[in-house]
Design a protein around this ligand. Structure first.
Ligand code: TZP
Ligand code: MG
Length: 220
């Protein structure tokens, strides 16, 4: 069958900061306010990640964010829910190891949508690549309260940098004060979730992080 979504061409994962929502850590801001600030700050990819709302609330919010991202030419990814990604014509979906498998997601979404998956170990990264993921999440690198999972450490990041040649997002416990440890190793893109959405001033925080990234210049 011929859904409109199959006609778009797939967008490329931008290098630099990968923005993710986290309403519980966002200093009282709504997800939508956070998205608007992150876009104003120049972030080019946003993932809607929301674990504590009903499917109806998530659908409504994802629709609003999809609209804002489209208007601003920002890539929009939905976490967990392939059905919401399709409903709002997002650019892609981000899956966890316990969510729908990549091959099934690919059959449903087709070649033109982005499919990302969280990985926490070498075997998961190798499988993700083999199954056709467009990018992988690599983390949590440092301990974090934003995700209930043990830190994987910098060695795993090093392995990915040296052995897996698909785009990846370094994530987990990354802050202004420790981002140098990541940038020293290298990263394709990087996500500082609570550090950005919970910042006193999101725009200023993103500016500081971008200056650090530019200094290392290893995102090209
Ligand atoms: N996946 C791995 S760690 C994480 C996700 C979604 C949460 C990262 O949040 P923070 O606040 O940057 O530690
Ligand atoms: Mg998930």
């Amino acid at each position: 069958f011929n859904l409109k979504i199959f006609k778009n061409t797939k967008k490329k994962i931008p290098k630099g900061i990968y923005g993710i929502t986290a309403e519980n850590f966002s200093n009282g801001r709504s997800n939508i306010e956070c998205v608007k600030e992150m876009i104003k700050a120049g972030i080019k990819i946003i993932q809607y990640r929301e674990k504590n709302k009903t499917i109806n609330e998530k659908s409504r919010e994802a629709y609003e964010i999809a609209k804002i991202c489209k208007e601003n030419n920002v890539i929009f990814i939905v976490n967990d829910h392939i059905e919401i990604a399709m409903l709002v014509d997002a650019d892609g979906v981000h899956l966890g190891q316990e969510d729908l498998d990549i091959k099934s997601a690919r059959k449903i979404l087709g070649e033109n949508k982005i499919i990302g998956i969280s990985t926490h170990a070498i075997e998961e990264a190798q499988k993700a690549k083999k199954d056709g993921a467009d990018y992988i999440g690599v983390g949590p690198i440092f301990p974090t309260t934003t995700k209930d999972r043990k830190a994987v450490g910098l060695e795993y990041l090093k392995y990915i940098v040296n052995n897996i040649d698909i785009p990846f997002v370094a994530i987990g416990g990354i802050k202004e004060h420790n981002i140098d440890k990541i940038l020293n190793i290298g990263a394709y893109s990087i996500s500082l979730v609570s550090e950005i959405v919970g910042a006193d001033n999101i725009i200023k925080k993103v500016k500081i992080i971008n200056e650090k990234i530019e200094k290392y210049n290893n995102f090209n």
